[in-house]
Design a protein around this ligand. Structure first.
Ligand code: 5RP
Ligand code: FE2
Length: 216
């Protein structure tokens, strides 16, 4: 069964607790938490203090998507604030040594680890890390904003990641993020995705449960 991870980026920030309760009651599997620093991406969202408060009002698995430069500088704060999974961008890393160190650091703290790739970054850029990862996050929009249209290039990457996983007996989940609705969600499902992130499709609706159900 596919997992659905509503992205809090499209929630009403003045009523976060209510919106989180609604998606939890609507059978969301994970809560996707988008962190933007105004440097790695041209937008600012929320940081670890809000994550800490969010973690106190939900039992949902907290999937933290770090769209920030130098993720190694801030990762401990997100770990302390209740992240269950930390996903950083390969494009934010300067070299292989730092990337491996960050992966191991997150794992040593008993938090799951993932790497995300932007639409123009090939799967080959993360081949060396695939065996170490719990999640690969395929961006189907340029990171930075909710409400954009799905880019089809993500479908080939999902298929490619599913093939590599089979060939190499690795175990990562394949997650897709950006422009997901019932139609694009189905395309991703057919390509072999495991986790659908959906922000505007879920939260710009009067019935979160119906939207989550339609993705499943
Ligand atoms: O990482 C993100 C943007 O960078 C968000 O998770 C994503 O955009 C979700 O929003 P939507 O479903 O509206 O596209
Ligand atoms: Fe995201």
């Amino acid at each position: 069964m596919i997992k659905v991870a509503p992205s809090l980026l499209s929630a009403n920030f003045a009523c976060l607790k209510d919106d989180i309760e609604k998606i939890e009651n609507g059978k969301a599997d994970w809560l996707h938490y988008d962190v933007m620093d105004g440097h790695f991406v041209p937008n600012i969202s929320f940081g670890y203090s809000i994550l800490k408060d969010v973690s106190k009002v939900t039992n949902l698995f907290l999937d933290v998507h770090l769209m920030i430069s130098e993720p190694q500088k801030y990762v401990d704060e997100f770990i302390k604030s209740g992240a269950n999974l930390i996903v950083f961008h390969i494009e934010a890393m300067e070299n292989k040594e730092d990337t491996l160190a960050l992966i191991h650091h997150i794992k040593e703290n008993n938090v799951q680890v993932g790497i995300s790739i932007k639409p123009n970054t090939p799967v080959d850029a993360i081949q060396d890390y695939l065996s170490l990862l719990d999640v690969v996050l395929v961006m189907s929009v340029e990171p930075g904003f909710g409400g954009q249209s799905f880019k089809e290039i993500a479908l080939d990457k999902i298929k490619d990641l599913a093939t590599r996983r089979k060939e190499n007996s690795t175990h990562y989940l394949i997650e897709v993020d950006g422009g997901i609705n019932a139609t694009t969600g189905k395309q991703c499902k057919n390509a072999g995705v495991d986790v659908l992130v959906a922000g505007s499709y879920v939260f710009n609706s009067d019935d979160y449960t119906q939207r989550i159900t339609s993705l499943k």
